[in-house]
Structures are given as C-alpha cells and as structure tokens.
Design a protein around this ligand. Structure first.
Ligand code: OGA
Ligand code: NI
Length: 365
C-alpha cells in the first residue's frame, strides 16, 4: 500500500473507533455504500460457494433428549458426537434443556442493547479487554487489514461474574440467566465429549474446560453492499468448545471438504464447535474447523457466542495442556508438546490474529 493510503486508513479507523457507536452507527448515518475500511479484499481460501442443499441435509443435528435416563440413547448420542467432532468439528444440538423462551429473550436482549440510542451504547465502548463488560466493534481493527460488518457486546461471566450494576440494564437479567444455563449445558457436552474419547465422563471438566466463559452478543447490521465485506472473516476459535445461538437469518458457514457449507438456522437449536485447544488435547482426533459469517442485504443478524476457555482476560490458569495421555499409544504418538501453558497458547494465537489455528504448528513436536 502507498503511504498516503495507509494514513488514510488509519484516520478512517480512528474516526470510526472514536464514534463509539460501531457499525450500527455507520448504517444509521444513512450510508448506501460501505466505507473503504470494511472492504475485505480477498479471502485467501480458494473454495466453491456454499451449497445450501448439501448443508441442510447433512449438517449433523444431535438430539439430547433422555440422555441422562436412557443408556442406549446415550451410547448412540456419544457415537454421533464422536463422529461429528472428527468429521465436521461442528454439530447442532436440540432438546438440550435450555428453554426456547430463554434463547429468544437472549437474542432480544442483545438486540435491545445494540438498537438503543447511540448515547446509551457509548459509555460501554472500550478496547480494554480486561473489562468484564464491554461494547466494541472489530476487536483487531487496528491490526487487521479490513474491518468486518459486526458489533459486539462481550461479558466475562465466569468464574468471577461482573457486578449487575455494571451490566447494561436492557439485558442484565437475561445475560445472567443465559450464562448459568449455557454453563450447565457446556458441562453436559464436556461429559459427552469425554465419553466419546473413551475417558471418564468428568475428565474434561476436571481439566477446567468449563471454568471460564465469555458470552459475546454479536450484532451484524443490515449491509448495503454485502458482497464487499464479511460479518466475520475466516477463523478458528481459540477455545475448548464454543456454543453458539443464532437467529433465523443465517450466514454462518464452515469450511468442510474445502467447501463453504451453511450452518442452517434451526429453531431452538444450539451450535457446538470444537476449538483449537481441544484439537490439541485430542492430538488432532477432533478438529477445530474454519468458519466465517457471510452477509446478505438483510438484517440485522444476531448471534450469541459463548467461548469456553480457561483464562479470564486478566489472568491465565496455572494448568498446562498437551495431548491427553490416555489417548496416546504406539499407533497414536503425540504430535504436540506436553505441558504447554495457557499463556503460551494465547501468545501464539494473538501473534497470528484471526488467521485460524495455524499457530498450533508452532506447538508441534
Ligand atoms: C465467533 C463466530 C459466528 C456467528 O464469534 O467466533 O464464529 O455466527 N461467530 O456469530
Ligand atoms: Ni468463531
């Protein structure tokens, strides 16, 4: 890039950030074209466009009904989870125990925050990632080449939740309720994943996989030029697992067999995906898969993304990670180092930005 255009971009990004009203503020200013800072120049993966028929018929949907009562049913579900975690890295769950009213109200609460007056949103706007409650747009804006069409309201809800009075009044109650329920579901999923690996059901929970949760309320405003940008660019999640609630608009896509495949919205369902750290712990048996959000000229689209990590923004756990010993054998020797600190994982992750889990290569033996 020419020096002049680099400076232009810097000024544009700074003015956008100073507005403290996100992409929603840009749209509300009446633009019919998206500003240049949001132009995503190229997607580095040469792939075919998403094939809707393929995705809707084959994307794994797993029914968790009766898994705690019916052993046969549980064995079946564990098999489905094993297969989906290996082949797709993603699956949807239904009859997961979180009432549909809670899911709907959570989406509504996030919508209320992003759609209230700009003046009410501004005080929450911050790039300080140690804050337990914050509103921002494009976390890596000052490093990434292109901004994407998305605003975020983020909460660090575990192990040390924010004070209710520090949370926006329009969604405070539902965020606390959703956090409690999604944590319980996370523990159930970790039990099923442990069983799918042939381990004791409490194995992953005891590895502190459900210790720290971050709930991100993503808001993708309607986009006047959807072909020029993305809602979120191609990435993998630096988590153990992620549990995602999406509304009915659609747009989430995963890279499966080198095709972008849509994750079809299913009323009442939650989407679960394997994150980078679980890929590392399972010695690549389970895969952390690339995904992105593409846009159409409709919206807003709202999703609530819960990251299961085990660090809070200000401190890392003392637990170390590596391939799970019980899974290793002569035929399955470790491909990653042992005793990797969470800090080390995060340092490699941040050095790479939203560039997928290629950083795991530097943790390989
Ligand atoms: C994420 C993510 C997808 C979505 O926040 O990491 O992949 O549908 N979000 O919002
Ligand atoms: Ni993601």
């Amino acid at each position: 890039m020419e020096l002049e255009s680099v400076n232009d971009r810097k000024a544009e990004v700074q003015a956008f950030d100073d507005s403290k009203t996100g992409v929603k503020g840009v749209l509300d200013s009446g633009v019919t074209k998206i500003p240049p800072m949001f132009h995503v120049k190229s997607d580095p993966t040469p792939t075919s466009p998403a094939d809707t028929n393929f995705s809707t018929s084959q994307f794994p949907i797993i029914d968790l009904v009766d898994i705690s009562k019916n052993t046969t049913q549980r064995v079946e579900v564990v098999g489905q989870i094993r297969s989906a975690s290996q082949k797709w890295g993603f699956f949807q769950v239904i009859n997961h125990g979180i009432p549909v009213e809670v899911l709907d109200e959570m989406i509504s609460g996030i919508r209320r925050f992003h759609e209230q007056d700009a003046e009410a949103r501004k005080p929450f706007y911050s790039r300080d990632s140690t804050k337990k409650v914050r509103y921002f747009s494009n976390g890596k804006l000052f490093r990434e080449m292109a901004g994407t069409w998305r605003d975020t309201l983020a909460f660090s809800v575990n192990p040390d939740p924010p004070n209710p009075q520090d949370m926006p009044a329009v969604c405070r109650d539902i965020v606390a309720e959703y956090a409690k329920q999604v944590k319980a579901l996370g523990i159930t999923i970790f039990e099923l994943l442990s069983e799918a690996l042939g381990l004791n059901p409490s194995y992953l929970k005891e590895m502190d996989c459900a210790e720290a949760l971050h709930v991100m309320g993503q808001y993708y405003p309607q986009c006047p030029e959807p072909e020029l940008t993305l809602g979120i660019s191609k990435h993998t999640d630096c988590t153990f697992i992620t549990i995602l609630l999406q509304d009915q608009i659609g747009g989430l896509q995963i890279l499966h067999d080198n095709h972008w495949v849509n994750v079809p919205p299913v009323q009442g369902a939650l989407v679960v995906n394997i994150g980078d750290i679980l890929q590392l712990m399972t010695n690549d048996k389970f895969t952390s898969v690339y995904h992105r959000v593409s846009l159409r000229n409709i919206g807003p689209r709202i999703s609530v993304v819960t990251f299961f990590l085990n660090f809070t923004m200000s401190e890392c756990t003392s637990k170390n990670y590596g391939p799970i010993k019980e899974l290793l054998s002569e035929e399955n020797p470790p491909v990653y180092r042992d005793n990797i600190t969470m800090k080390e994982i995060l340092t490699h992750y941040y050095a790479k930005g939203l560039d997928g889990n290629s950083y795991l290569l530097s943790l390989r033996l």
